[in-house]
Design a protein around this ligand. Sequence first.
Ligand SMILES: [Zn+2]
Length: 162
Amino acid sequence: MPDLTGDPNQHPPTDSLTGSCLCGSITVTINDSELFTKPRGHLCHCSNCRKVAGSYVSSNLLIEAEKVDIQDRDGTLKTYEDRATGSGNPVFRSFCSVDGNPVKSETGAYPGKVILKMGMMPRIPQPEMEGFGLHRHAWQGKHEGITMYEVKWAGPDRKPME
Ligand SMILES: [Zn+2]
């Protein structure tokens, strides 16, 4: 049974990180020796990520699928095929069908990888990048030390913001 406390200080950084959805059916474990040794993951301000996160930003981690173990105790993991994407490529968004907890996204743009929704983790690594910076709300505080991009945070056509 994972510890449900939201205090990151109760979860010292290690090579393994486990989180669960609200009802406890789905458990996600990341095994990666560099999880907390450098900034990892990205924040996304795109409208689809915001809807899924239920918030002004989504906290995501793109990682090799082989480093991730997902247990679905009660068979509650469901996947929504999101075709309303800017690129037109579908994004497969998985969530717990009991409590609505976002779990992961998968897209053909990143074969062999998953994008984990980090809100379910008791400790979130410091993000490396911020995507869709043009869609960011002005009232939000700036995250120092995180590189913000106008739209995409990966690929050759990404544009850093001043
Ligand atoms: Zn659940």
